[in-house]
Structure formats: C-alpha cells, structure tokens
Design a protein around this ligand. Structure first.
Ligand code: AMP
Ligand code: ZN
Length: 195
C-alpha cells in the first residue's frame, strides 16, 4: 500500500467511530456488540454481516495483524486459540458441518478466519467468485495454516496465476458430483442437500 493510501485509511479510521473505508469494515464490526458472539483478551468471534451459508462466523485477533501473511512463529499460540474458538462454535452447532479456514487473498483488512457451514445456502451467496472462494483451494483450511506456520514460520502467498485460475474454476457442487451451468442452478440444487 502506498504511503498516501495508508494515511488516507488512517484518517478514515481516526475521524469516525466506524471506519469509512470499506476494507476496514471488520475493524468496526469486531467491536460491535450486536455482532460479537465470543471474545477473549486475544481473540474475537463475530457473525459475518453477509453470511455465505446458514452458519458463518469470522474469528479475528484483537491485535492489529493484517492477514495470514503477517503471521510469524510468535503467533502460533494465538492461532491455536483460533482453533479453540472453532471447537466451541462447532459445539454450539451440533447439526451443522462447519469448516474453518482463510481466503488466500482476503479482500478485507485484519486477519480473519471464516467458520462456515457446508450447506452454503444464503441469499448473500451470489457470484461464482463467492462460491469458488469457499470451495476451491482458495479456501486454506485452518489446520493447513497452523501446520505451515509451525513448519516454516510464515505463510507463503499464492501466485496471481493460481488466484485467477481458482476464481475461474467451473462450478461444482461441494456435496455431490453435480456440475451446475450457472449460479441460479447451483443455488436451487443446494436446497436438495438440506435435511
Ligand atoms: P474475505 O476478506 O474475502 O476473506 O472475506 C470478508 C468477509 O467479511 C466476507 O465473508 C464478508 O461477508 C464479510 N464482511 C464484509 N463486511 C463486513 C462487515 N462490515 N462486518 C462483518 N463482516 C463483513
Ligand atoms: Zn450436490
């Protein structure tokens, strides 16, 4: 980010209670009592404001860590606490199958781990990019990030080419072999898996 952009973001954050720049939206939401479901000194879990499934939470650090690419070996115990939050969220949603992971290229600032149910039934799930961001390797499972951090001390970025190819992957149901032609067909099909 350029110095000018960084200073603009800084100003946006300082001048209002809710940061104005869209990429800082989570920094406001993680302090919103309406969205918070659990917090500790180091970690907070909030409801995703635009859920892409019936159950969709975000788990964030209280400290200002921008993304998985800002993690180092000193953050291992923090990330393990993310895992404790994930376990508790799973316990609270007995009937659902939850997954936890990070987008390889996040759009919003402040490290955030998605905890999302596999139904993917939600009016907010609209585009192929939404779909592929949760159902391809663009979604890096929590355990993979933790293992990479323990082994390498940092997380390696994906290439622009891989990012592009993951986003343009043909639609494929995440629960069976059905290959829908388009998003409306996929969304209709997803209901057939709902028990
Ligand atoms: P990403 O940066 O792609 O990993 O995902 C950002 C996530 O934040 C998406 O699932 C959005 O639905 C969600 N989101 C966007 N804005 C807000 C907000 N202000 N408060 C809470 N969740 C948000
Ligand atoms: Zn299916």
């Amino acid at each position: 980010m350029s110095k000018r952009n960084a200073s603009m973001l800084g100003d946006a954050y300082k001048s209002t209670k809710q940061p104005r720049h869209w990429s800082l939206g989570l920094v406001g939401s993680m302090k919103d009592p309406e969205l918070i479901v659990k917090q500790s000194d180091r970690v907070v879990a909030i409801r995703d404001k635009y859920p892409k499934a019936k159950v969709h939470y975000l788990v964030l650090p209280q400290d200002d860590i921008n993304s998985i690419y800002g993690l180092n070996k000193n953050h291992i115990s923090l990330l393990e606490e993310f895992g404790d939050f994930y376990e508790e969220l799973k316990e609270n949603h007995d009937g659902a199958t939850l997954r936890a992971g990070f987008h390889a290229v996040p759009s919003l600032q402040r490290l955030h781990m998605h905890v999302i149910s596999s139904d993917m039934v939600s009016p907010c799930l609209k585009t192929k990019v939404h779909w592929n961001s949760f159902t391809t390797k663009f979604f890096i499972p929590y355990q993979d990030v933790l293992s990479e951090l323990k082994e390498s001390g940092s997380i390696q970025k994906i290439s622009t080419e891989l990012h592009k190819s993951l986003m343009s992957t043909d639609l494929q149901c995440n629960q069976c072999s059905f290959k829908p032609k388009n998003m409306p067909q996929l969304k209709e099909h997803l209901f057939t898996h709902v028990k």
